[in-house]
Ligand binder design. Structure first.
Ligand SMILES: *[C@@H]1O[C@H](CO)[C@@H](O)[C@H](O)[C@H]1NC(C)=O
Ligand SMILES: *[C@@H]1O[C@H](CO)[C@@H](O)[C@H](O)[C@H]1NC(C)=O
Length: 249
């Protein structure tokens, strides 16, 4: 028979753990497939810019950018992002998809495509936008040659527009490092003909920091995240057992 106080301690501890650990960013993108698809879509579209780019870097997933995006997307204010973080500036692209209850792989994919397609309003010869500047900025950031890392997040949001209409939907946010800075997004020319020193290899028209065989995958950091998660659960179970048997108060 398990003593009553052990059961009580277990219950109290469980409640504590649930409230302490159930994070507000429980919508965080955990799915490896979604991360891979976001990275691949970016790289594919970056290969297809017109005119062709000579210094376009290959993009990979960054867990620290993802964590920052999880945090930024919490307040649903995509338009007032302050993107200075530890002295570094990150770029962003965002999209609110109305009236959907659950984002799917297609939702993420079409967001990247929509940002890229807004390039039709952008004129690279005079660096001007034939539409609301923010619309072209999504394209310029996706096609920003020097960006080599992304991290994305989503949240369920109600957003009021300037006519006070309210929209409910899913807000998708991707952060980029390094950020666009108002200059032209890339140098046109033959693919990989102007690769920077930090990304000297060529991967099908994109400047890569490692050769294809050196590169573990499109999402080099994602496996470590699950290792940390596993360790955290292990530690918790251990703490819970210690607590139940009166070693902790
Ligand atoms: C290019 O990106 C790197 C980080 O990937 C950054 O350190 C560097 O300052 C950037 N260069 C320019 C010209 O923005
Ligand atoms: C991820 O883990 C591998 C080994 O499993 C290690 O070499 C690599 O440095 C780790 N990456 C990060 C970002 O911690």
């Amino acid at each position: 028979m398990i003593p009553f106080w052990v059961v009580m301690k277990f219950l109290i501890f469980s409640i504590f753990v649930i409230f302490k650990l159930a994070p507000a960013e429980s919508y965080s993108i955990d799915d490896h497939l979604i991360k891979t698809i976001l990275v691949r879509a970016h790289n594919q579209l970056r290969r297809e810019v017109q005119p062709q780019a000579s210094n376009m870097k290959e993009i990979s997933w960054s867990t620290s950018l993802q964590l920052l995006a999880d945090y930024k997307v919490k307040d649903c204010k995509s338009s007032s992002l302050s993107l200075d973080y530890n002295g570094l500036t990150y770029g962003y692209a965002s999209r609110l998809i109305k009236d959907i209850t659950e984002p799917s792989i297609t939702t993420f994919l079409t967001s990247v495509e929509e940002w890229f397609d807004s390039g039709q309003y952008y004129n690279m010869y005079d660096n001007e936008c034939g539409y609301t500047p923010r619309v072209c900025e999504n394209y310029v950031q996706v096609a920003w040659a020097n960006s080599s890392q992304i991290g994305c997040a989503y949240n369920y949001c109600t957003i009021r527009n300037y006519e006070s209409n309210e929209y409910y939907g899913v807000l998708i946010l991707c952060l980029y490092y390094s950020a666009m800075d108002g200059d032209l997004p890339y140098i046109s020319g033959d693919g990989c003909s102007h690769c920077p020193e930090s990304a000297p290899y060529c991967n099908q028209g994109l400047c890569a920091s490692a050769t294809a065989t050196d590169r573990p995958s499109d999402t080099p950091y994602s496996s470590n995240a699950s290792v940390y998660k596993y360790n955290a659960w292990y530690l918790l179970v251990l703490l819970m057992i210690m607590y139940m048997f009166g070693k902790l108060y």
